[in-house]
Design a protein around this ligand. Structure first.
Ligand code: PGA
Length: 250
């Protein structure tokens, strides 16, 4: 049985009051579902102290990014050690918004994956194609390149701690979700690529889907064989909606 994960990516949203109101309600739900699904929230860095107080065996915290450096004169960066200190268990790495807007190349993403793993933070490696890439038949090539470049240097022990999130760029924040079949095709492809590195890890690796996941499409997405959960943006900001999504897999 593979681990199931639902992670809420708050992006650049929220305040301390918002965070308390949301996680206060979410924590007991996460606790109740903890035997079947891991519920994770990724708040902005400045809200981690607040959110961290509600983290437990049921509710876990992720960062939205991590520095590829250990520490020192890197203004604005947050190191993996700092994330450990905050109680983070996961870090989102290579989100398409980081890739498109902040220059995260495949090479930098690979460094961030390694840095997370060095500090025992499980990277949630995001991969996904743009609409143009999909329409010109390049989806699987793009995904392969993103997967291989980020993971090729890892040994089996490290690979075991990676989570992959398939997030088609055209589905993020657009209300346009990949159909369960479209998502399943790419998830199965990702698992095959991982199997080329290690068959046993591929069997166990959670591969989660992101891109306009909502309460009303979650059940059909999570019913697919190779979809082990979701990375949820907009819908993770609303307690009821996010709780529904967690229950859809739990
Ligand atoms: P969305 O975002 O659910 O708002 O589409 C998903 C993500 O960017 O992780």
């Amino acid at each position: 049985m593979r681990r199931k994960i639902i992670a809420g990516n708050w992006k650049m949203n929220g305040s301390r009051q918002f965070a308390v109101e949301l996680v206060e309600k979410l924590q007991p739900v996460a606790e109740e579902l903890s035997s079947s699904v891991e519920v994770v929230v990724a708040p902005p860095y400045v809200l981690m102290t607040t959110v961290g107080q509600y983290c437990s065996s049921g509710l876990k915290m992720a960062s939205q990014d991590v520095s590829s450096f250990d520490g020192g004169a890197y203004t604005g960066e947050i190191s993996a050690d700092m994330l450990v200190d905050m109680g983070c268990r996961y870090s989102i790495v290579g989100h398409s918004e980081r890739r498109a807007l902040f220059g995260d190349t495949n090479e930098l993403v690979a460094k961030k994956v390694v840095k997370s793993l060095e500090k025992d933070i499980a990277p949630i490696l995001c991969v996904g194609e743009t609409l143009e890439e999909r329409e010109t038949g390049k989806t699987l090539d793009v995904i392969r390149e993103q997967i291989v470049s980020a993971l090729k240097e890892l040994n089996e022990q490290q690979l075991k701690n990676v989570v992959v999130a398939y997030e088609p760029v055209w589905a993020i924040g657009t209300g346009k979700t990949a159909t369960p079949e479209q998502a399943q095709e790419v998830h199965a492809f990702i698992r095959k690529e991982i199997a080329g590195m290690s068959e046993s890890v591929a069997e166990l690796m959670p591969i989660i889907y992101g891109g306009s996941v909502k309460a009303d499409n979650a059940v059909s997405l999570f019913a697919m064989n190779d979809i082990d959960g979701g990375l949820v943006g907009g819908a993770s900001l609303k307690f009821e909606e996010f709780a529904e999504i967690c229950k859809a897999i739990g």
